[in-house]
Design a protein around this ligand. Sequence first.
Ligand SMILES: [Zn+2]
Length: 462
Amino acid sequence: MRHFTTAAAIVCVCSAMLVAQSGPNDARAREIFKELIEINTTDTPNGNVTKAADAVAARLKAAGFPAADMQVLGPDPRKGNLVARLRGTGAKRPVLLLAHLDVVEAKREDWSMDPFAFVEKDGFFYGRGTSDDKSMASQFVANVLRLKEEGWKGERDLILALTADEEGGTFNGVDWLVKNHRQLIDAEFAINEGGGGSMRNGKYLTNEIQASEKVFQDFHLEVTNSGGHSSLPVKDNAIYHLSEGLARLAKFDFPVELNEVTRGYFQRSADVQSDPKVAADMRAVARPSPDLAAAARLSASLPYYNAQMRTTCVATRLAGGHAQNALPQMASANVNCRILPGVSPASVKDKLVEVLADPKIKVTFVGEATPSKPSPLRPDVMGAVESLTKQMFPGVIVVPVMSTGATDGLYLRNGEIPTYGVDGTFGDVEDVRAHGRDERIGVKQFYEGLEFQYRLIKELAK
Ligand SMILES: [Zn+2]
């Protein structure tokens, strides 16, 4: 009740039950959340995903999940994935609930608190993974336990998969499960991270369904040089070549290019803009031939808008030289690109070479990009999200989105399991701390997301 005053007034006769349940489920979700945050699951010698998977398995076991319906498995002892099944009648194919357990490294000295201690302060939960992605993982676990407790039986099984190495590392859990244990996770569609509610200054604006993702591709830039003594400098200097090329890249923008999902995003977002100029710009870029001046203004106003409209490439690492008193024999950089779906990585490489405009800068692929195909906007998923959003967050508009970052959704999508990033947990568009310092999530928003997800799962698997 405390979290859903408005929603409780709107929902049907079942609201009494939902409200009565929300207290205990909140407490359970918080406890699971705390436990997961305090297990270090980074891809470092201190991290261990299996511990987190085992902790969840222990809870499922205690709740009466049969051993045959849950397991922790993986290609590496520290990278275990939990897969569990809450059985429905089996009349329809399962729904897969996916969240990753691993987190990005967080150093104590970079944070104002211990990143692996769960802290509730000023209306937020703090800790590495609070927004990415242990909130969703704990919500799934709490809701599956709640459904089990309630004796729920829908037509679809619910498969819970909590996995390793989404953030990096060599043992990606979803990839491994798709390739080696497809039958365990086979589903008609999946719910994953990547969507969620966006708000600004406390005002809830949109609830996003992520149905598409940009493609991640790193490029290695390198300049080599014969070097020499730094007391006898020459103009041909590896560091200068590289840095001048990077300066040209800094000024370059890939062309504006919208697709069905991003056009829908700007069209629908325009309706919730408080600034009429921004709304007009959003409508102008959503036109069949986008208004480039409007695109430029939007790009300048928010990096997210910029990233929705074009492929981006940015320098993220730099190295060079080997001694204080020697001319550099080598200078190198990493350029990280987020490529629009449908644009070939090879064409991006050609563009980089053209923009760097210096044959001395050698550009090579780092790894191979995994293409990611957009998922069709299924009416059952869209409809459920629309109606629950209306119930719980009146005035909030549901928008389809393309993620600027990559998630494990791509392995599922490429494995023919359509995947939707959706949750009812709202975060401030100007307070994105995932992967950064003092990562946090609103307490109220966490519990709202918990309840939203509960209702969504029930609706989708009914
Ligand atoms: Zn994530």
